[in-house]
Design a protein around this ligand. Structure first.
Ligand code: GDP
Length: 314
């Protein structure tokens, strides 16, 4: 079976997830549905900001800032400067072009559209062929318990630069949040699920926790492949390795595989970590060893291609 004939579902957080989603989108085009995280969303000056959905959207359309991975390339910050002139605390960087997205999203939400519809309109207008879906239209927010007390995710991540020591993570509103009909349909039609290399604790877990999506995916009995966001014991970017350590685990691909054990059928291990292959296979998971570092557009496509090719023959 070829990639064109399969319905592929990818779970993605921000920068790491978006890169593989982009590679998959290149091969699967309209057959790809990306389910995104909304638990790191925030409201600033009355605007609804969805950092992970926007990172995926900008990455897929080639608009993402290549230096940061988030935000819009060559954006200006005149609006933020003016807010600072008014004495506002501008801890969260909002570029002028990026803010157009937040203005429109907020406007459409206030008109009564669901976040799913808003995300579709934004991504279609940018020319994205894949379907990008928030996992839920409900409000779910990541709250981290740290040695400095409870912090909302963006305060911890952006304002405090992940410095406080993490003790636990919970998702406010998760009990009441429901999967959208679009997400349920995508899961039912999926022939392959890819868990992109995103932060397991704050990007993928809040997706899997909505209406116990983890159990629903498992019940689908289709291949579920996770790509390790940890290479050589470190995160490529961001706090994933620090989080593993602070939660009492040695950061490694094996620790990631343990995190998803019982859900995944396949695990993509970076070639630098090939010595962990046997330990991961002992968890009952097929292991694919390859170069998982995506520095160029070509790397994203090659990794996506390898995953798709491998899964066709198992
Ligand atoms: P964030 O919300 O921007 O932090 O993005 P994600 O949760 O999607 O991704 C963060 C994770 O992606 C980090 O743990 C990184 O180590 C991982 N990551 C980023 N780039 C790459 C890459 O090129 N290859 C792999 N394997 N992981 C990556």
């Amino acid at each position: 079976m070829h990639a064109e004939n399969r319905r592929i579902v990818a779970l993605a957080g921000g920068v790491g997830g978006a890169k593989l989603a982009d590679g998959l989108a290149h091969h699967c085009r309209t057959n790809l549905t990306i389910i995104g995280n909304v638990a790191d969303d925030l409201e600033l000056w009355g605007l609804r900001i969805c950092p992970d959905l926007d990172t995926v959207m900008y990455t897929l359309v080639g608009l993402a800032n290549p230096k940061t991975g988030w935000g819009v390339q060559d954006d200006s910050f005149a609006m933020l400067d003016m807010l600072a002139t008014y004495g506002e605390n501008i801890w969260f960087k909002l570029g002028d072009k990026d803010t157009a997205t937040h203005i429109l999203r907020t406007y459409w939400l206030r008109q009564g559209m669901r976040l799913t519809e808003v995300t579709q309109r934004l991504s279609r207008a940018l020319g994205i062929e894949a379907t990008l879906l928030p996992v839920t239209d409900d409000d779910v927010r990541t709250i981290v318990q740290t040695d400095e007390g409870e912090l909302d995710f963006q305060t911890y991540f952006v304002a405090r630069k992940c410095e406080p020591v993490l003790e636990s993570v919970h998702f406010r509103g998760i009990e009441r949040a429901t999967l959208t009909p679009e997400v349920k349909a995508a899961i039912e039609e999926a022939s392959l699920v890819v868990i992109c290399p995103s932060n397991p604790f704050v990007s993928i877990d809040p997706i899997l926790a909505v209406e116990n999506l983890r159990a629903r995916l498992w019940a689908q009995a289709v291949p579920i492949v996770a790509v390790s966001p940890i290479i050589g014991g470190e995160a490529v970017k961001g706090p994933a390795a620090k989080m593993f350590r602070e939660l009492g685990q040695t950061p490694s691909a094996l620790a990631v595989a343990h995190h998803y054990a019982g859900l995944i059928s396949h695990f993509v291990l970076d070639e630098r970590d090939a010595d962990q292959r046997d330990a991961i296979e002992a968890l009952g998971v097929h292991v694919v060893v390859t170069d998982t570092l995506m520095q160029t557009a070509e790397d994203r496509r090659r990794l996506a291609q390898e995953i798709l090719e491998h899964l066709e023959y198992v």
